[in-house]
Design a protein around this ligand. Structure first.
Ligand SMILES: [Zn+2]
Length: 90
């Protein structure tokens, strides 16, 4: 059957309805341990750090001076099920 890939999951992103997280200017990025995604760390409304996929449709990568935005990488990661219980890594 169909294998979920980063691209196929990003294709489901609808900029009109998905929640976008702000990413502060100068935020560091790192590659997801589980897929090729480069993720940035944004803040949830409750102030928790969360991985954000800025390359999804409607997303913007932050620069040193400009904020970015993106969708939760929990939603676009093909291996997101492995995230549970390890969100506090690092
Ligand atoms: Zn991933």
């Amino acid at each position: 059957m169909t294998t979920k890939t980063l691209e196929s999951l990003r294709a489901l992103v609808d900029p009109a309805t998905w929640f976008y997280y702000e990413v502060a200017p100068g935020s560091r990025s790192r590659q997801c341990d589980l897929c090729p995604c480069i993720m940035y760390f944004g803040k949830t409304p409750k102030g928790k750090s969360t991985p954000v996929d800025c390359d999804a449709p409607g997303g913007v990568r932050p620069t040193a001076t400009e904020p970015g935005r993106g969708v939760s990488h929990f939603k676009t990661c093909p291996e997101a099920k492995h995230f549970s219980g390890r969100s506090r890594e690092r």
